[in-house]
Design a protein around this ligand. Structure first.
Ligand SMILES: [Zn+2]
Ligand SMILES: [Zn+2]
Length: 156
Protein backbone atom coordinates (compact mmCIF):
# COMPACT_ATOMS: atom_id res chain seq x y z
CA UNK A 1 0.00 0.00 0.00
CA UNK A 2 2.92 2.31 0.73
CA UNK A 3 3.64 2.45 -2.96
CA UNK A 4 0.11 3.17 -4.09
CA UNK A 5 0.38 6.95 -3.74
CA UNK A 6 3.80 7.22 -5.42
CA UNK A 7 2.58 5.03 -8.29
CA UNK A 8 -0.52 7.20 -8.71
CA UNK A 9 1.63 10.36 -8.68
CA UNK A 10 3.93 8.92 -11.34
CA UNK A 11 1.03 7.72 -13.48
CA UNK A 12 -0.78 11.04 -13.02
CA UNK A 13 2.32 12.99 -14.03
CA UNK A 14 2.77 10.77 -17.07
CA UNK A 15 -0.82 11.52 -18.17
CA UNK A 16 -0.61 15.23 -17.32
CA UNK A 17 2.57 15.48 -19.36
CA UNK A 18 0.38 15.01 -22.41
CA UNK A 19 -1.21 18.40 -21.68
CA UNK A 20 2.23 19.89 -21.03
CA UNK A 21 3.58 18.45 -24.26
CA UNK A 22 0.50 19.62 -26.19
CA UNK A 23 0.83 23.15 -24.83
CA UNK A 24 4.60 23.32 -25.36
CA UNK A 25 4.27 21.96 -28.89
CA UNK A 26 1.40 24.22 -29.88
CA UNK A 27 2.31 27.51 -28.23
CA UNK A 28 6.09 27.34 -27.76
CA UNK A 29 7.45 25.10 -30.50
CA UNK A 30 5.00 26.39 -33.12
CA UNK A 31 5.30 29.86 -31.57
CA UNK A 32 8.38 31.72 -30.47
CA UNK A 33 10.34 28.47 -30.27
CA UNK A 34 9.85 27.63 -33.95
CA UNK A 35 13.56 28.28 -34.58
CA UNK A 36 14.45 24.94 -32.97
CA UNK A 37 11.32 23.01 -33.96
CA UNK A 38 11.50 23.95 -37.66
CA UNK A 39 14.25 21.34 -38.15
CA UNK A 40 11.70 18.65 -37.22
CA UNK A 41 9.35 19.76 -39.99
CA UNK A 42 11.96 19.65 -42.76
CA UNK A 43 13.32 16.71 -44.75
CA UNK A 44 16.96 15.93 -44.02
CA UNK A 45 19.53 13.14 -43.70
CA UNK A 46 21.17 14.31 -40.50
CA UNK A 47 21.24 12.14 -37.39
CA UNK A 48 20.21 14.99 -35.12
CA UNK A 49 17.81 17.88 -35.38
CA UNK A 50 17.99 21.20 -33.61
CA UNK A 51 14.57 20.18 -32.32
CA UNK A 52 16.27 17.48 -30.19
CA UNK A 53 17.30 20.31 -27.89
CA UNK A 54 13.71 20.30 -26.62
CA UNK A 55 14.20 16.70 -25.47
CA UNK A 56 17.36 17.87 -23.70
CA UNK A 57 15.34 20.62 -21.96
CA UNK A 58 12.74 18.15 -20.72
CA UNK A 59 15.54 15.83 -19.55
CA UNK A 60 17.17 18.68 -17.62
CA UNK A 61 13.84 19.48 -15.93
CA UNK A 62 13.37 15.82 -15.04
CA UNK A 63 16.94 15.51 -13.68
CA UNK A 64 16.51 18.68 -11.61
CA UNK A 65 13.29 17.27 -10.13
CA UNK A 66 15.00 13.94 -9.36
CA UNK A 67 17.70 15.90 -7.53
CA UNK A 68 15.17 18.00 -5.59
CA UNK A 69 13.14 14.86 -4.90
CA UNK A 70 16.02 12.91 -3.42
CA UNK A 71 17.11 15.80 -1.21
CA UNK A 72 14.26 18.10 -0.17
CA UNK A 73 10.84 17.19 -1.53
CA UNK A 74 10.42 13.41 -1.90
CA UNK A 75 7.18 13.68 -3.90
CA UNK A 76 9.07 15.40 -6.73
CA UNK A 77 11.08 12.24 -7.29
CA UNK A 78 7.91 10.48 -8.42
CA UNK A 79 6.88 13.46 -10.53
CA UNK A 80 10.31 13.30 -12.19
CA UNK A 81 9.79 9.60 -12.84
CA UNK A 82 6.49 10.34 -14.59
CA UNK A 83 8.21 12.92 -16.82
CA UNK A 84 10.99 10.43 -17.55
CA UNK A 85 8.44 7.78 -18.56
CA UNK A 86 6.71 10.24 -20.87
CA UNK A 87 10.08 11.06 -22.42
CA UNK A 88 10.84 7.38 -22.96
CA UNK A 89 7.38 6.82 -24.47
CA UNK A 90 7.91 9.78 -26.78
CA UNK A 91 11.39 8.63 -27.75
CA UNK A 92 10.15 5.12 -28.57
CA UNK A 93 6.93 5.99 -30.36
CA UNK A 94 7.52 9.47 -31.81
CA UNK A 95 11.14 9.10 -32.83
CA UNK A 96 11.10 5.34 -33.38
CA UNK A 97 7.66 4.35 -34.60
CA UNK A 98 6.51 7.51 -36.40
CA UNK A 99 9.80 8.92 -37.70
CA UNK A 100 11.76 5.67 -38.04
CA UNK A 101 14.84 7.11 -36.37
CA UNK A 102 15.39 3.83 -34.53
CA UNK A 103 13.76 0.56 -33.41
CA UNK A 104 10.91 0.41 -35.95
CA UNK A 105 10.89 0.07 -39.71
CA UNK A 106 7.27 -0.45 -40.68
CA UNK A 107 4.19 1.60 -39.88
CA UNK A 108 1.81 -0.13 -37.44
CA UNK A 109 -1.10 -1.86 -39.15
CA UNK A 110 -3.83 -1.63 -36.56
CA UNK A 111 -5.10 -0.48 -33.21
CA UNK A 112 -3.99 2.40 -31.03
CA UNK A 113 -0.49 2.56 -32.50
CA UNK A 114 -1.84 2.93 -36.02
CA UNK A 115 -4.03 5.81 -34.90
CA UNK A 116 -1.14 7.41 -33.03
CA UNK A 117 1.02 7.04 -36.13
CA UNK A 118 -1.56 8.54 -38.47
CA UNK A 119 -2.40 11.39 -36.14
CA UNK A 120 1.22 12.43 -35.89
CA UNK A 121 1.72 12.03 -39.63
CA UNK A 122 -1.11 14.53 -40.03
CA UNK A 123 0.78 16.88 -37.74
CA UNK A 124 3.47 16.81 -40.40
CA UNK A 125 1.01 17.38 -43.23
CA UNK A 126 1.59 21.14 -43.16
CA UNK A 127 4.90 22.70 -44.13
CA UNK A 128 5.32 25.72 -41.95
CA UNK A 129 4.68 26.83 -38.46
CA UNK A 130 1.00 27.65 -38.95
CA UNK A 131 -2.12 25.64 -39.65
CA UNK A 132 -0.87 22.37 -38.14
CA UNK A 133 -3.11 19.92 -36.27
CA UNK A 134 -2.54 17.19 -33.68
CA UNK A 135 -0.08 18.75 -31.25
CA UNK A 136 -0.47 16.10 -28.58
CA UNK A 137 0.89 12.60 -28.90
CA UNK A 138 -0.35 10.05 -26.36
CA UNK A 139 -3.92 10.95 -27.13
CA UNK A 140 -4.51 10.65 -30.85
CA UNK A 141 -7.78 12.31 -31.92
CA UNK A 142 -9.96 10.54 -34.51
CA UNK A 143 -8.26 10.77 -37.91
CA UNK A 144 -11.36 12.08 -39.69
CA UNK A 145 -11.60 14.91 -37.21
CA UNK A 146 -7.98 15.87 -37.79
CA UNK A 147 -8.41 15.82 -41.57
CA UNK A 148 -11.46 18.03 -41.24
CA UNK A 149 -9.53 20.44 -39.03
CA UNK A 150 -6.67 20.48 -41.50
CA UNK A 151 -9.04 21.44 -44.32
CA UNK A 152 -10.53 24.22 -42.23
CA UNK A 153 -7.06 25.53 -41.38
CA UNK A 154 -6.10 25.51 -45.05
CA UNK A 155 -9.16 27.46 -46.05
CA UNK A 156 -8.36 29.96 -43.34
ZN1 LIG B 1 5.40 20.38 -34.78
ZN1 LIG C 1 7.20 14.48 -35.44
Amino acid sequence: MAYLVPILITLGTFLLMEFGAYAAHRWIMHGFGWGWHKSHHEEHDDTFEKNDLYAVCFAVISIALFALGSTYVPVLWWVALGILFYGIFYFIFHDGLVHHRWLFKDPPRNGYLKRLYQAHRLHHATDGKDGAVSFGFLYAPPIQKLKQQLRENRNG
